[in-house]
Each structure stands twice: as C-alpha cells, then as structure tokens.
Design a protein around this ligand. Structure first.
Ligand code: PCA
Length: 223
C-alpha cells in the first residue's frame, strides 16, 4: 500500500488561524484513495515539530512526505525547491524559543533539494486556475526546519517536499496604515492545490519519466 504523509501547522506568531492545518484536514476528509493518506497538524516549535515528523515517518514509513505551512504575504502557492541547513528565527516559536544562526541538523550538508517534482506540481496547480510558483526559499523558521528534516528522514526510495500557502480568504491580519493587507486565496483553492501536489507526486513516482514533460519549463528567478 502506498502511503502519503501530509502535514500542516497550527497557528503561530499570535495569529488565530493557519490555513495549512485547515487545508490538510479537508484534504483528508475528502480523500478517496486508493493510497493511504496520513495527515497531522504539527506544532510550530523547533523542539517539537521536527521530532514529531521523524516519529510519524518512523511509524508510517511513507512513500511521499509533503509538509505544508503558511507563508503570509505571498499571493501564490509556493512549491519549495530548496531546504537550507539553517535556523534563524525572526520571531519566537510557540514555546518562546528563538534560535539564531544554528544548523537545522548538525553535520548535515548546507542545503538539500526537494525530491518531489516541483515544476510539475506548480504547473498542474496553475492548470487548475490557482496561482502557483516554484519558490527558492522556504525561509529560516520552523517550516524550513521541517522541510530540511523531511528530506533527511525520508525512507530510502521515498520523496519529500514542502508547499507554502497564502492566507485563506478572511484570515489575513487586517491592513494597517503602515502595512498593506496580505493577499488571500479561498481555502477551497488551497485544499485543491495540496490535493494536486499529492496527486502529481504520486503520478511522478509511478512514472518518473513524466517529470521531463515539465522539467524544462523555466521556473527560476532573476533575483
Ligand atoms: N509557517 C511558518 C511556520 C509555520 C507555518 O505555517 C514558516 O513558514 O516557517
């Protein structure tokens, strides 16, 4: 049985909501298989999140690990291409920890590439009419830490990736005189984008040559 581990995050930074957690619950509620889908909402803590992810990978031995989180301020779903071995927290996590300039995993290489087909995922999400892009930084907070951990912990032969999502409609913090409001996407679009990300990864795993179809699309940035 093919198993997919899909994670999201709880709210953090004083926010009331986190669309990644809401969306993965909805993906699970509407999942019709045939693969087994395991979902879990992770804590936004450096101490807890990566350890829990390793535990889940050990229990379920997934073929695909897709972690997701909120990137408030982004307008498009971001399929992350690179995890860096760096923690530099601009704000405290949900336990008040704020590690600065530490490795995500001591002794590991400086960075790792996602092993899910990032360009194919972004292209298929866009084909569904939902804004999506390949992103080249997942930041240096808990999301990047979990992404880097997923790539380190994933079982031999399995793949891992990370998808950042914008705010869901009605959830972004209100605009202030010195700060514009953040872009939002309907939660249903975020749910659909994550479903497409999982399905595209499963299709890619079943047919590795399929990535070449979108592998030569430009997906980089000039700066
Ligand atoms: N976003 C944060 C952590 C949890 C989340 O949903 C991040 O991008 O690091």
């Amino acid at each position: 049985m093919t198993t997919v581990l899909l994670t999201g995050f709880e709210p953090f930074g004083g926010d009331r909501a986190n669309p990644s957690g809401d969306a993965i619950r909805e993906v699970a509620a509407t999942w019709s298989g045939p693969e087994e889908l395991v979902v879990e909402v992770l804590p936004v803590t450096f101490a807890g999140a990566a350890g829990r992810l390793r535990e889940l990978i050990g229990i379920h031995r997934p073929d695909v690990v897709l972690a997701t989180g909120l990137a408030g301020g982004r307008a498009a779903v971001g399929v992350e291409r690179i995890a860096v071995n760096l923690v530099d927290a601009r704000i405290p996590d949900n336990e008040g920890d704020q590690p600065i300039d530490e490795p995500s995993i001591v002794g590991a290489p400086p960075a790792a590439f996602a092993t899910v087909p990032v360009k194919a995922i972004a292209a298929r999400i866009r084909d569904a009419g939902i804004p999506a892009e390949v992103s080249h930084t997942a930041g240096t907070f808990v999301c990047n830490h979990v992404f880097f951990t997923a790539l380190d912990a994933v079982p031999e032969g399995a793949v891992a990736g990370f998808v950042h999502v914008p705010w869901a409609t009605g959830q972004a913090p209100a605009a202030e005189p010195d700060r514009p409001g953040s872009p939002e996407l309907p939660l249903a679009d975020i749910v659909e984008a994550l479903r497409i990300a999982v399905r595209t990864t499963l299709d890619g795993a079943a047919n590795p040559a399929s990535e070449t179809v979108t592998g030569d699309l430009p997906g980089g940035t000039l700066h």
